[in-house]
Design a protein around this ligand. Sequence first.
Ligand code: BTN
Length: 335
Amino acid sequence: MSDTLKSRLLQLLLDNRDKPVSGQLLSGQLGVTRAAVWKEIEQLRREGFVITSATNRGYQLTQMPDLLTRELIGGYLPSSRKASVICMQEVDSTNTAAQKLILEGGEDGLVVVADHQTKGSGRMGRPFLSPAGVGVYLSMVVEPHCTTDALNLLTSYAGLAVCLTIEECTGLRPSIKWPNDVILEGKKVCGILTKLVSDGENNRVTHAVIGIGINVGQEEFPQELRDKAISLRQAGAQDLCRAKLAATLIQVLDRIFFEEKWLQTTPDAALEQLKERSCTLGREVLVISPREERRGQAVDLDRWGGLVVDFSDGSRETVTFGEVSVRGVLGYLPQ
Ligand code: BTN
């Protein structure tokens, strides 16, 4: 995808946020006249960018609109990374979009980000509310190249990546409700849904799509979600830049899956971090399967991210999927 003059200009302004850049320098670098630079600056201002200009000093970007565009997210990423980030104003689901792109050759590290999902999907076939302007809805394609056992760790590691991202961008310290909810103040701030894609011939998992939805700027939620959902804003993070949050998340995911290759190496340190972040361990849990509901105590995580539970009948089992409610988190308060 070739960059437009406007996006190249924006990139230069983003690269020089700490100082003004002269019109002459901009026109030289972009290979266009100063009048053309000025025209694009005016267009950016109309879109909500605050760009100061002072005679003999040049232009400086001082404020950006809270948009999830490729230029803005790319402004926080190395330029080589920006090429495989696709941003959409509105889409049914970034997971579905990423799955379609895999069929067209989309590879490791491809990211789809949307400002609004009309059909955001959650676990257990539930919808994931994804209104415009207040969330980050992001799917990343990962070619797992790992054992079947390690596939469950895709979601666990993604949860950890979200915690690290939120902590870096806001100073808040989220925890993880097993297996895939990121929690602040006992409520869900982010949900994760991982979809596996297999090749038709030998049923081998060729790709995973890790879908992550973060509540960022909501001031309130619909009545039915009020006890269960929270946004970063409600948790105290004001004026967050969603583009920066998305870019940070992409970089943390890149480090975990592509640079340090955790799926292949399953480092002990990663498991330790998962345990430290867990708000499920040590708590009374209700394990819900299609057939029954059983109470127990969550005691450990096994090395593949499974939840080890001591059930009230005295048995110890490792739960690898299904729904687990944790007492006092997301409204589960058994008698
Ligand atoms: C859950 O909490 O049940 C999982 C929610 C996952 C939501 C994300 S938003 C980005 C991606 N696209 C989707 O349709 N779902 C995931």
